[in-house]
Design a protein around this ligand. Sequence first.
Ligand code: NAD
Length: 522
Amino acid sequence: MGSEPKVTYVTLSADSEDARAGFNAGIARVQREYDQTMPLFINGRARNTRKTTASTSPLDTSVIVGHASDAAPADMADAIAAAEAAFPSWRQTPWSRRAELLGDVAKRIRDERFYLSSLIIAEMGKSRTEALGEVEETADLITYYNDRMTLANGFVHPMDSLSPQDRNTSVMRPYGVWAVISPWNFPCALLGAPVAAALLTGNTVVAKPSSETPIIAAALMRLFQAAGLPDGVLNFITGSGRMVGDAVVKDPRVAGATFTGSYEVGFHQLFKQFSVTYPRPCIVEMGGKNPALVMDSADLDKAVAGVYRSAFGMNGHKCSACSRVYVHEAVADAFVERLLAKVRATEIGNPLERDVFVGSLATKQSLNDYLTYSQSARNAGALIEGGVQLQDGPFAKGLFVRPTVMRGLPEDHELVRQELFVPMLHIQTVRSFAEAMQMANNTTLGLTAGCFSQNQKELEAFFEDIEAGVVYVNRAAGATTGAWPGVQPFGGWKGSGSTGKNIGGLYSLSCYLREQSRTVVE
Ligand code: NAD
């Protein structure tokens, strides 16, 4: 199995013989483990709670993937206390030892990739290719961070001197207890990567996953623990986001936080509340309303392929999903016709059974959103494809829908302005590149963007003026999606992110560190 090429977000299918065998074993194990209860993990010990919440599968909502433990405020307080107590010795542990432990975590993730991806499929309905890609990405993010730490020599740098007696050093040091709050759409990578970054840099962690995907999160956290982290260094809490968010905001022992999720929660409920007595670092990675520009000189084969993959891959559940297309009037009808043909041919199915392009929606809320938005587009006369739930035969018990295309809504319509996070794409015809750019940037969010054009001047202007943290040109593998650690560092501008530094990039680790300038006079 080891000789197979790595599955990434630009891989077209994970359907080799080895992958099929791996998934058969992974899915069988996940199904054997259905209904299990996942405890909290505090100060090196598993802790069961009085209350639990069932996590059901979106592929068949009668299946309980597992039960998550509902943490009470006292559990959260214990987790913070354990992380605080573990901090002094963890920060003094040589960074090379911390990297060694995390390297072991990455290895365990790779070894368990079919089990973890099967769990992602069961709990949130991703396709096999997307799920395996996410697990590989989680391991690669950890390895990449280890490499950056090594290249930076643990962020200890000799500095200049103003006199022969001075010895000056810049040392980047951890903050303390770091909270990590993660979303459901990348339940493995967006929990594992910030946890690894915080731990590697010497912080101790209290981690809280989305209440929609607690079982995959717990399985991942077990692999971190299995690598032999000292007690209290990593604590794992499941339960109410509001309760955890409250504690993170109010407890002065929490020194920093990484939140990945919606703009509404991340900016309004966390970032704006987080600094009370003095500023505390708060990394918030939030949503997108990502545009693709298709100009009159565009290679339409590439544009159709790239937009289709980014709008409908993983059912539009990517923060980087393409949700708006601005297409030049000279090619608009041809583009729409070819895109619709591809949309109509979309293969939807149960990824537990075989590799398909899309599985189910991930959550019941997503289904409600999809149906509400579709009706709104229909009422506005803008729905040109999709807008239907699949309820027959193999789809009867799951959350399956058709990819949906809208055209010609006014730019101030809420479906054009707000992040929808379901497989719905809006197409607007424009008269010029300038008009497309103006509309593309007219949003509070600024995560990803794409442009299809053969005109060099337009491409230069696109790079110069587009307000987004991850941008692609003429990319058939994904107009706006498919970033990979160490290849396309991932993060947002404006309302999409707070640091201006991307995940899986050159500057990620420095977000978890504070500088101390040391001068010794001899
Ligand atoms: P969400 O904001 O609803 O929840 C995110 C996390 O916050 C969950 O763990 C949730 O339990 C927790 N939470 C809820 N209330 C809280 C509070 N008051 N204080 C603190 N935490 C609280 O987001 P979601 O629906 O899980 O995820 C989808 C969103 O995430 C989309 O907007 C998507 O674009 C975004 N996202 C962004 C990135 C990125 O890298 N920029 C990546 C993935 C997802």
